[in-house]
Ligand binder design. Structure first.
Ligand code: PXG
Length: 289
């Protein structure tokens, strides 16, 4: 596998970061997870925009333009013969001292990995997921805004540990006010009649690229889409609930805190949006070749 690092493609065994990189020492950096479908990089410009916005928010200068970053992503996919895959774009603060001061780091490090995708088992999509509410709330936006896709994912990992320790794979994360924010690595949607509702990003959610695609596809399909504050009551009493994310795409939630959602099976709106999402993903994106 060829990895893009420090401006060039290197062999996997030579792709190494320093123990003085602040990405490792402090989780100081930002990242993106991107999919390639059918020989195209999906929503590349949207991911790059979010990467640069996250970097801006943490005062991190990425040492290349968004245009050259987009080219580097495509080049890394080409070098690894990726047609369907998962791309991890990481920008760390770079090598510095053992102190916190980010301004003592010489240069941000840009890493691009383009690998085959580890698909989730089909059974999860056919049957849907069970979730629990994590006791760990999403970060306070005044402390570490959840809109920043930073390398510090401990908040989400702590919640994910609670889910796994309870025998389920995902969890609902609430914001510090007790409203539903998102799952540990996915956005959440509720279907109620002909309405499709998702929490606004100010409720503690990452503004997911998949979320935005699903909202636009749903609008085109004549569904009433809106952002609204949701509580756990809204999850328990929904007709359908599903999660969206680059890795999971669209996946039904059929049980939350031991309440069956709807009839306990993936519902018609979730199934329809899953199909429309796949059609859209296969047909849109930045050509790799
Ligand atoms: N919320 C959070 C907290 C995320 O990390 C999403 C929502 C969905 O966003 P996109 O833009 O992907 O639609 C994410 C996605 C994984 C994995 O392997 C997922 C994410 C990050 C790292 C790993 O499931 N982020």
């Amino acid at each position: 596998m060829k990895i893009y690092m420090s401006g060039k493609l290197v062999n996997e065994k030579d792709a190494k970061v320093s123990v003085f990189d602040h990405g490792l020492l402090y989780g100081d950096g930002v990242f993106e997870g991107i999919r390639a479908y059918n020989g195209r990089v999906f929503m590349l410009d949207e991911h790059i925009k979010r990467l640069y916005d996250s970097a801006k928010a943490i005062a991190l200068d990425i040492p290349m333009t968004p245009e050259s970053m987009a080219k580097a992503v495509v080049k890394t996919c080409r070098a690894n013969d990726i047609r369907d895959g998962y791309i991890r774009l990481v920008v760390t603060r770079g090598v510095g001292t053992l102190g916190l001061n980010p301004y003592l780091c010489k240069k941000a490090e840009v890493i691009i990995i383009a690998a085959a995708i580890q698909l989730y088992p089909k059974k999860l999509y056919d049957d849907g997921l069970a979730v629990i509410t994590a006791g760990t709330t999403r970060n306070l936006q005044e402390a570490l805004n959840p809109r920043i896709k930073s390398l510090n994912y401990l908040n989400n990992i702590m919640a994910k540990i609670e889910a796994i320790n309870s025998g389920v794979m995902e969890c609902l994360m609430l914001n510090p006010q007790g409203y539903v924010a998102e799952a540990s690595g996915d956005n959440i949607f509720v279907v109620r009649g002909n309405d499709l509702i998702t929490p606004p990003s100010w409720c503690g959610a990452l503004e997911g690229v998949t979320r935005n695609v699903v909202m636009s596809i749903a609008r085109d399909a004549g569904i009433n889409v809106r952002e609204s504050v949701l509580g756990r009551y809204d999850i328990y009493t929904a007709d359908e609930v599903f999660l969206t994310g680059t890795a999971a795409e669209v996946i039904a939630v059929v049980n939350a805190d031991r309440r069956k959602i709807g009839n306990g099976k993936p519902g018609p709106v979730t199934r329809r949006l899953t199909r429309l999402f796949h059609e859209f993903a296969r047909a849109n994106g930045t050509e790799i070749k």
